[in-house]
Design a protein around this ligand. Structure first.
Ligand SMILES: Nc1ncnc2c1ncn2[C@@H]1O[C@H](COP(=O)(O)OP(=O)(O)O)[C@@H](O)[C@H]1O
Ligand SMILES: [Mg+2]
Length: 316
């Protein structure tokens, strides 16, 4: 199990992330959804201790029961980073070394973390086949610039899998890809998670993508968790007005192929000028006076959580 409990991250006196709790089990996919700037990446980076030192962090991050911020750096690097939790970023080109072939760089990762040296070529060719690369021998010998965006991302996934991690964090891994390739990569990650019993935290600003891939969903806004629960339930009946807005933004084909794309009015606020009360209140059509004054607590309603004074479920 990977668990974040009450995580807050501050820059100077401003909160970037506030009281965030979430968890994912092995073999399960957690989707984190939210508009740009809502704190998704910084939350994910905290799991790999990749937060810059200028930021103040509080709360706990536990991987298989161990608090990673209590571990010595050496222990963390040897046993957790990459071996237990690995990460895939949005831009595979920036994460791959342009000077090494795909084979060489996966080999380096394995040697560095596993100190394993035998049959590495076979292991890597197998990994490349696992991520459904059709000509693994050719890709093994290729440099990143020889590969398409989708292929590069598959190679990154192979690298992330190379030390058999229990968890993979995928931070907008398909955002740079075309829709068709995105769909294939999502299917691949979903299959890998089930077949290898890997827990995945999949981050996206696209609720359609999250709906396709995730078992559970956490909705973030302005550094807060606004709602969380089982994906099907949340999509079917969002309790938070923000979640509802996101779902209404899913384009629906209307009439003769016309697409309607409503948007939630307003913008995500800058961290330095966050409104008082509920951070979503300036954009919320259901706001009342209290929403401007007080931060709503995170309520637990059966298996769901929601941070709203007037969640939708009370209205029915
Ligand atoms: N190193 C940093 N120093 C200061 N502010 C940061 C830093 N990293 C991120 N932020 C701020 O934290 C907020 C959340 O960022 P991020 O986690 O990248 O959002 P998301 O991934 O949801 O788009 C943003 O307002 C961003 O400007
Ligand atoms: Mg991000």
């Amino acid at each position: 199990m990977l668990e974040i409990d009450n995580l807050s991250i501050k820059v100077e006196n401003f909160y970037i992330v506030r009281n965030v709790s979430l968890s994912v089990r092995k073999g399960e996919i957690l989707g984190i959804i939210g508009e740009s700037g809502s704190g998704k990446s910084i939350t994910a980076l905290s799991i790999l201790k990749l937060i810059p030192e200028s930021l103040k962090i509080s709360g706990t991050v536990k991987v298989n029961g161990r608090d990673i911020y209590e571990l010595e750096e050496r222990e963390f690097n040897k046993n957790i980073r990459w071996k237990t939790v690995s990460i895939i970023f949005q831009d595979p080109a920036a994460s791959l070394n342009p000077l090494l072939t795909i084979g060489e760089q996966i080999k380096e990762a394995i040697i560095f973390h596993e100190e394993k040296k035998e049959n590495l070529k076979d292991t890597i060719i197998n990994l490349l086949s696992e991520v459904e690369i059709k000509e693994p021998e050719t890709v093994y010998k290729s440099y990143p610039h020889h590969l398409s965006g989708g292929m590069k991302q598959r190679a990154m996934i192979a690298m992330a899998l190379s030390c058999n991690p229990d968890f993979i964090i995928a931070d907008e891994p398909t955002t740079a890809l075309d829709k068709q390739t995105e769909h294939k990569i999502i299917k691949l990650l979903k299959n890998l998670s089930k077949n290898k019993n890997t827990g995945v935290i999949f981050i996206s600003h696209d609720i359609e993508v999250i709906e396709t891939i995730a078992d559970t969903i956490t909705v973030m806004y302005a550094g807060f968790v606004m709602e969380s629960g089982e994906t099907g339930e949340v999509i079917k009946k969002p309790y938070h007005p923000y979640t509802k807005g996101l779902i209404e933004c899913i384009p629906k084909v209307e009439g003769k192929g016309k697409r309607k794309l409503p948007v939630i009015p307003g913008n995500v606020t800058d961290i330095k000028s966050r409104p008082s009360g509920c951070p979503f209140h300036p954009r919320c059509s259901k706001r009342k006076e209290v929403c401007q004054r007080e931060l709503p607590p995170l309520k637990q309603i059966e298996k769901r959580t929601v941070r709203c004074f007037f969640p939708e479920y009370e209205a029915v």
